[in-house]
Design a protein around this ligand. Structure first.
Ligand SMILES: [Zn+2]
Length: 471
């Protein structure tokens, strides 16, 4: 598996930066040309390959219009074709669903799916209609990127230990040297993104090269519950990623303050503009309402939270061969970026990153990730199954008369769900409640299981009619 790494330029001189911006602008025209000509059913949709595009452009002289080096436009054309192909693939997912809905006949399904896969949908009226519906013609919006092939760049370290990345400029044999803020040399194909006076160098590395992946995983099965003040609580009662709450609270306060400040400035600028003072309006817009600083701060915060989350998940995998968790990708599907409540937006995003980290780290370190039904994990007592009373971070079970730490109780519930014969991943919320209530009743009335198997000792230890225990 591959992950993307980003290196940043530091102290890059403006002249070099502008030269790169110009190159990216010209390459943006290459992208636009590719989308324009091949971004449709007759182009990439018909199975056209980037190699064929190169040959065509070389034959008809298209490539001379862009004023960039050969390798640069070729890589860019390839990249744009890949963008179009991704665009197309996502449309095909929709069409595949439509096919499955339309017919249940295996032969017919197979015929249509094959036609879709082999770019022959145009002959089938239903498929052609569906493709037109789901594959809206896109256009290029990328004008700030340069893709550099692996053999076209190199790095060198200067006398001060600073790493410089050399990439081709607009003229042959004139490399542009970019000072980087890292000592790890980027490798493979690079994607340079030019933003706010800085160059971001995106590249991919194989996860097996990462240090954390060499750490052996644990051998146990551990349940985890997603928290708000910490990333995860596990079924041993350990908390991981305890700085999360503070990071989110700080960011939330900062965002709220900033939004208030910006709204005020915007209204001052608008008033000035209405009065005809366009210079003032403009000055505010440029100096106080720009995006560079804002985006940088947001990126830094995101990086901090991601680190906290990934470290937390690694800690869990340090002791687990199997991690049991609720499926965190599910419940926030409806939440969009448009949610105006800052806290809700941050929470939804954090949940997504936690889901990503669980999948990613498990895959890297070879542990299993088991998703379980997560209805009522925090309300049900893990010992007897009764729905308890929650107060703050405590859960009071009226049946066992025990107070649990709510998040630890939830993590244990999640762990137990993995082996639960009655509650499957997709059992409805309502049905889970019914099952939990039935169990609690059974517990209370001492029905029906009273046998002499070795498990009885354990069961009687859990029995509510015994003297109350406090853990
Ligand atoms: Zn209980």
């Amino acid at each position: 598996m591959k992950v993307t790494r980003i290196a940043y330029s530091i102290g890059l001189n403006p002249g070099k930066y502008m030269a790169l911006v110009e190159q990216a602008r010209r390459l943006g025209r290459v992208r636009s040309e590719v989308w324009q000509r091949y971004g449709s059913i007759s182009g990439v949709g018909s199975g056209l390959k980037d190699r064929q595009v190169r040959d065509r452009w070389l034959a008809d002289g298209t490539h001379q219009r862009f004023g960039v080096l050969a390798n640069a436009w070729k890589e860019t054309a390839r990249d744009a074709m890949a963008d179009i192909a991704a665009h197309l693939a996502s449309a095909k997912v929709e069409v595949r669903r439509a096919i499955l809905r339309r017919t249940g006949a295996p032969a017919e399904r197979k015929r249509m799916l094959t036609a879709l896969k082999t770019h022959r949908w145009a002959d089938d009226p239903f498929l052609a209609r569906q493709m037109r519906k789901h594959w809206r013609r896109g256009k290029n919006r990328t004008h700030d990127q340069i893709v550099v092939r692996a053999d076209q760049h190199h790095t060198l370290t200067d006398g001060h230990g600073r790493l410089w990345l050399a990439v081709p400029g607009l003229e042959r044999r004139k490399m542009v040297r970019i000072p980087l803020s890292t000592t790890v040399a980027p490798t493979g194909t690079l994607r340079l993104i030019l933003r706010g006076g800085r160059v971001e160098v995106h590249y991919q590395i194989d996860v097996s090269q990462m240090r954390s992946s060499q750490r052996p995983r644990g051998s146990r099965t551990i349940g985890v519950d997603k928290g708000y003040t910490e990333v995860l609580t596990d079924s041993d009662g350990e908390h991981h990623g305890t700085r999360l709450g503070e990071l989110l609270a700080t960011e939330s306060d900062r965002l709220k303050q900033r939004n208030r400040r910006r709204a005020k400035l915007r209204s001052i600028a608008n008033t000035a503009a209405r009065r005809g003072d366009h210079r003032k309006a403009n000055r505010i817009k440029v100096n106080n309402l720009g995006y560079v600083k804002r985006d940088r701060q947001a990126a830094r915060h995101r990086a901090q939270v991601r680190t906290e989350i990934f470290i937390a998940v690694h800690r869990v995998v340090d002791k687990a061969a199997t991690v049991v968790a609720e499926d965190l990708t599910k419940s926030f599907a409806g939440r969009t970026k448009l949610d105006r409540n800052v806290n809700r937006r941050l929470a939804a995003w954090t949940k997504g990153v936690t889901a990503e980290a669980l999948t990613n780290v498990s895959e890297r370190r070879g542990s299993a990730l088991v998703h379980v039904n997560a209805a009522y994990p925090s309300q049900a007592c893990h010992r007897c199954g009764s729905l308890g009373r929650r107060s703050g971070d405590r859960l009071h079970c009226t049946s066992c008369r025990v107070v649990w730490q709510a998040d630890v109780n939830a993590a244990i519930n999640i762990l137990q769900r993995a082996g639960d014969p009655d509650i499957a991943l997709h059992t409805s919320h309502h049905a889970v409640k019914q099952i939990l209530q039935d169990r609690a009743d059974r517990h209370r009335t001492r029905l029906p299981v009273q046998d002499s198997s070795p498990a009885t000792a354990e069961r009687s230890a859990n029995h509510p009619n015994r003297s109350p225990m406090s853990n």
